[in-house]
Design a binder for this molecule. Sequence first.
Ligand code: RTP
Ligand code: MG
Length: 140
Amino acid sequence: MATERTLSIIKPDATRRNLTGKINARFEEAGLRIVAQKRVQLTKAQAGQFYSVHAERSFFGELVDFMISGPVVVQVLEGEGAVARNREIMGATNPANAAPGTIRADFAESVEANSVHGSDSAENAAIEISYFFSGCEIVG
Ligand code: RTP
Ligand code: MG
């Protein structure tokens, strides 16, 4: 499998509980390298654009409000099959369905406040990484 990059976001429920280091340890223990990282407070417009694929979903307004409820840590993870590997260690969207030992099983509060985001395809990863980072901010 090729070396890939994926976009990860540590969501406001996790930054509020000071879990950034514990979540980052999960990535590193799984062989993913954090090759870019910054802590930002998203605006409503930025969060809405990032999640625009969900604009028609019933939960869109609540999702945007949640994503701007506190700081997030946006990061680029690099490694073998990073997109799928990250989705594996994140666990299912709803923590009630997430496999034991996954980030969401261990840390998420609810289906919405589920601690992390991860790109769902290599194509979306490229789009999402370029949304937050310029080339010179990513150091592999
Ligand atoms: P993400 O995009 O954040 O990595 O999560 P995902 O792929 O596992 O889930 P997705 O279907 O893309 O949904 C995006 C985020 O919206 C919130 N959500 N709320 N209230 C609900 O039923 C509901 N469903 C989804 C979650 O924060 C989810 O991660
Ligand atoms: Mg998604």
